[in-house]
Design a protein around this ligand. Structure first.
Ligand code: ADP
Ligand code: MG
Length: 196
Protein backbone atom coordinates (compact mmCIF):
# COMPACT_ATOMS: atom_id res chain seq x y z
CA UNK A 1 0.00 0.00 0.00
CA UNK A 2 1.48 3.31 -1.04
CA UNK A 3 0.26 6.80 -0.29
CA UNK A 4 1.08 10.06 1.44
CA UNK A 5 1.00 10.37 5.24
CA UNK A 6 -2.54 10.37 6.57
CA UNK A 7 -4.07 8.69 3.53
CA UNK A 8 -5.16 5.70 5.62
CA UNK A 9 -2.52 3.02 4.96
CA UNK A 10 -2.11 1.90 8.56
CA UNK A 11 -5.82 1.84 9.18
CA UNK A 12 -6.49 -0.16 6.02
CA UNK A 13 -3.63 -2.54 6.82
CA UNK A 14 -4.95 -3.22 10.32
CA UNK A 15 -8.46 -3.73 8.96
CA UNK A 16 -7.17 -6.07 6.25
CA UNK A 17 -5.22 -8.04 8.85
CA UNK A 18 -8.33 -8.31 11.03
CA UNK A 19 -10.42 -9.63 8.15
CA UNK A 20 -7.71 -11.92 6.72
CA UNK A 21 -6.30 -13.23 10.01
CA UNK A 22 -8.31 -16.46 9.78
CA UNK A 23 -6.50 -17.36 6.55
CA UNK A 24 -3.12 -17.43 8.31
CA UNK A 25 -2.79 -20.43 10.59
CA UNK A 26 0.07 -18.80 12.51
CA UNK A 27 -1.50 -15.38 12.66
CA UNK A 28 -0.56 -11.82 11.83
CA UNK A 29 2.62 -10.12 13.04
CA UNK A 30 2.58 -6.32 13.09
CA UNK A 31 6.00 -4.75 12.55
CA UNK A 32 6.08 -1.03 13.32
CA UNK A 33 8.98 0.56 11.48
CA UNK A 34 8.17 4.26 12.07
CA UNK A 35 10.98 4.61 14.61
CA UNK A 36 13.49 2.45 12.73
CA UNK A 37 15.91 4.90 11.20
CA UNK A 38 18.36 2.70 9.25
CA UNK A 39 17.89 -0.18 6.83
CA UNK A 40 20.39 -2.33 8.82
CA UNK A 41 17.86 -2.27 11.65
CA UNK A 42 15.08 -3.78 9.54
CA UNK A 43 15.86 -7.45 10.29
CA UNK A 44 16.46 -6.78 14.01
CA UNK A 45 13.06 -5.02 14.15
CA UNK A 46 11.44 -7.94 12.36
CA UNK A 47 13.11 -10.48 14.65
CA UNK A 48 11.97 -8.46 17.66
CA UNK A 49 8.36 -8.44 16.43
CA UNK A 50 8.54 -12.22 15.93
CA UNK A 51 10.07 -12.66 19.39
CA UNK A 52 13.29 -14.15 17.99
CA UNK A 53 16.93 -13.73 18.92
CA UNK A 54 19.82 -14.33 16.55
CA UNK A 55 21.20 -17.85 16.95
CA UNK A 56 24.95 -18.09 17.58
CA UNK A 57 26.78 -18.91 14.35
CA UNK A 58 23.79 -17.97 12.19
CA UNK A 59 22.85 -14.80 10.37
CA UNK A 60 19.72 -13.01 11.47
CA UNK A 61 18.11 -13.76 8.10
CA UNK A 62 18.82 -17.49 8.57
CA UNK A 63 17.58 -17.43 12.15
CA UNK A 64 14.30 -15.85 11.05
CA UNK A 65 13.80 -17.93 7.92
CA UNK A 66 14.63 -21.24 9.60
CA UNK A 67 12.26 -20.50 12.47
CA UNK A 68 9.26 -19.42 10.42
CA UNK A 69 9.91 -21.34 7.18
CA UNK A 70 6.84 -23.57 7.51
CA UNK A 71 4.59 -21.08 9.23
CA UNK A 72 1.62 -19.37 7.63
CA UNK A 73 2.15 -15.83 8.81
CA UNK A 74 1.01 -12.47 7.49
CA UNK A 75 3.61 -9.79 8.16
CA UNK A 76 2.13 -6.31 8.35
CA UNK A 77 5.12 -4.04 7.81
CA UNK A 78 4.09 -0.49 8.60
CA UNK A 79 6.07 2.58 7.49
CA UNK A 80 8.52 0.65 5.34
CA UNK A 81 9.62 3.94 3.71
CA UNK A 82 11.90 4.25 6.75
CA UNK A 83 13.99 1.31 5.56
CA UNK A 84 13.43 1.27 1.80
CA UNK A 85 16.81 -0.20 0.93
CA UNK A 86 16.03 -3.25 3.08
CA UNK A 87 13.42 -4.28 0.47
CA UNK A 88 15.70 -6.99 -1.02
CA UNK A 89 16.10 -8.56 2.45
CA UNK A 90 12.34 -8.86 2.67
CA UNK A 91 12.30 -10.49 -0.77
CA UNK A 92 15.03 -12.95 0.35
CA UNK A 93 12.94 -13.85 3.38
CA UNK A 94 9.80 -14.36 1.29
CA UNK A 95 11.71 -16.64 -1.07
CA UNK A 96 12.95 -18.72 1.85
CA UNK A 97 9.51 -18.95 3.48
CA UNK A 98 6.88 -20.00 0.93
CA UNK A 99 3.92 -19.69 3.32
CA UNK A 100 4.89 -16.20 4.44
CA UNK A 101 3.03 -13.16 3.07
CA UNK A 102 3.86 -9.50 3.56
CA UNK A 103 1.53 -6.52 3.44
CA UNK A 104 3.70 -3.41 3.38
CA UNK A 105 2.70 0.19 3.94
CA UNK A 106 5.08 2.76 2.54
CA UNK A 107 4.99 6.27 1.12
CA UNK A 108 6.69 4.91 -2.01
CA UNK A 109 7.14 1.53 -3.70
CA UNK A 110 10.03 -0.65 -2.62
CA UNK A 111 10.93 -1.34 -6.24
CA UNK A 112 11.54 -5.04 -5.63
CA UNK A 113 10.66 -8.17 -7.58
CA UNK A 114 7.19 -9.55 -6.90
CA UNK A 115 5.81 -6.32 -5.51
CA UNK A 116 2.19 -5.33 -6.32
CA UNK A 117 1.35 -1.71 -5.65
CA UNK A 118 -2.02 -0.73 -4.19
CA UNK A 119 -2.17 3.08 -4.11
CA UNK A 120 -4.13 4.73 -1.27
CA UNK A 121 -5.00 8.23 -2.43
CA UNK A 122 -5.76 11.14 -0.12
CA UNK A 123 -9.37 12.07 0.47
CA UNK A 124 -10.75 14.78 -1.83
CA UNK A 125 -10.91 18.15 -0.17
CA UNK A 126 -11.92 21.60 -1.41
CA UNK A 127 -9.34 24.16 -2.32
CA UNK A 128 -9.04 26.65 0.51
CA UNK A 129 -10.56 30.07 -0.17
CA UNK A 130 -12.55 28.85 -3.18
CA UNK A 131 -16.19 28.83 -2.11
CA UNK A 132 -18.22 25.84 -3.24
CA UNK A 133 -21.98 25.21 -2.97
CA UNK A 134 -22.82 23.25 0.17
CA UNK A 135 -24.28 20.26 -1.71
CA UNK A 136 -21.01 19.88 -3.65
CA UNK A 137 -18.92 20.49 -0.55
CA UNK A 138 -20.68 17.62 1.22
CA UNK A 139 -19.66 15.29 -1.60
CA UNK A 140 -15.95 15.88 -1.08
CA UNK A 141 -14.75 12.75 0.72
CA UNK A 142 -12.82 14.66 3.43
CA UNK A 143 -15.94 16.70 4.21
CA UNK A 144 -18.14 13.59 4.17
CA UNK A 145 -15.80 11.91 6.69
CA UNK A 146 -15.73 15.04 8.83
CA UNK A 147 -19.53 15.24 8.82
CA UNK A 148 -19.77 11.57 9.74
CA UNK A 149 -17.48 12.08 12.74
CA UNK A 150 -19.14 15.35 13.69
CA UNK A 151 -22.55 13.63 13.74
CA UNK A 152 -21.20 11.07 16.19
CA UNK A 153 -20.92 13.97 18.58
CA UNK A 154 -23.87 16.11 17.42
CA UNK A 155 -26.40 14.04 15.45
CA UNK A 156 -28.08 17.12 13.97
CA UNK A 157 -24.85 18.76 12.83
CA UNK A 158 -25.00 20.03 9.25
CA UNK A 159 -23.01 22.29 7.01
CA UNK A 160 -24.13 25.89 6.86
CA UNK A 161 -22.63 28.78 4.91
CA UNK A 162 -21.28 30.06 8.25
CA UNK A 163 -19.55 26.93 9.54
CA UNK A 164 -18.39 25.95 6.05
CA UNK A 165 -16.58 29.27 5.78
CA UNK A 166 -14.95 28.94 9.21
CA UNK A 167 -12.16 26.45 8.70
CA UNK A 168 -12.04 24.55 5.45
CA UNK A 169 -10.96 20.96 6.08
CA UNK A 170 -7.78 20.40 4.16
CA UNK A 171 -4.88 17.99 4.42
CA UNK A 172 -5.37 18.19 8.17
CA UNK A 173 -8.95 17.02 8.02
CA UNK A 174 -8.13 13.64 9.50
CA UNK A 175 -6.87 15.49 12.57
CA UNK A 176 -10.15 17.37 12.68
CA UNK A 177 -11.93 14.04 12.51
CA UNK A 178 -9.85 12.63 15.35
CA UNK A 179 -10.29 15.70 17.54
CA UNK A 180 -13.63 17.36 17.00
CA UNK A 181 -13.56 20.92 18.28
CA UNK A 182 -15.07 21.58 21.66
CA UNK A 183 -18.27 22.79 20.02
CA UNK A 184 -18.72 19.28 18.60
CA UNK A 185 -17.86 17.28 21.71
CA UNK A 186 -20.64 14.94 22.80
CA UNK A 187 -22.87 16.03 25.60
CA UNK A 188 -22.83 13.79 28.67
CA UNK A 189 -26.03 12.03 27.59
CA UNK A 190 -24.63 11.29 24.14
CA UNK A 191 -23.21 7.85 23.39
CA UNK A 192 -20.45 7.74 20.78
CA UNK A 193 -20.35 4.96 18.29
CA UNK A 194 -17.36 2.73 18.83
CA UNK A 195 -14.93 3.80 16.13
CA UNK A 196 -11.20 4.40 16.09
N1 ADP B 1 -11.65 5.06 5.74
C1 ADP B 1 -11.47 5.78 6.85
N2 ADP B 1 -12.51 6.13 7.61
C2 ADP B 1 -12.34 6.84 8.73
N3 ADP B 1 -11.15 7.27 9.20
C3 ADP B 1 -10.07 6.96 8.49
C4 ADP B 1 -10.16 6.19 7.28
N4 ADP B 1 -8.90 6.02 6.80
C5 ADP B 1 -8.08 6.65 7.67
N5 ADP B 1 -8.77 7.22 8.67
C6 ADP B 1 -8.20 8.00 9.77
O1 ADP B 1 -7.29 8.94 9.19
C7 ADP B 1 -6.13 9.04 10.02
C8 ADP B 1 -4.89 8.71 9.18
O2 ADP B 1 -4.93 7.33 8.82
P1 ADP B 1 -3.63 6.42 8.88
O3 ADP B 1 -4.07 5.03 8.60
O4 ADP B 1 -2.85 6.64 10.14
O5 ADP B 1 -2.80 7.03 7.64
P2 ADP B 1 -1.34 6.66 7.14
O6 ADP B 1 -0.94 5.35 7.77
O7 ADP B 1 -1.45 6.59 5.65
O8 ADP B 1 -0.46 7.79 7.59
C9 ADP B 1 -6.32 8.09 11.19
O9 ADP B 1 -6.85 8.82 12.29
C10 ADP B 1 -7.35 7.11 10.68
O10 ADP B 1 -8.10 6.53 11.74
MG1 MG C 1 0.69 4.96 9.00
Amino acid sequence: MTGPPGSGKTRLGVEFARVAAGRFADGVVFVELAAVSRAELFLPALAGALGLEQRPGSTLLSTISETIRDREILLLLDNMEQVLTAGPELVDLLKLCPALKALVSSRVCLGVTGESEFPIPCLDFPEPHRPMPLHLLEQQSAIALFLDRARDAKPLFSLTPQNAAQSPPSAGSSMACRSPSSSLRPTSSCTRRNRS
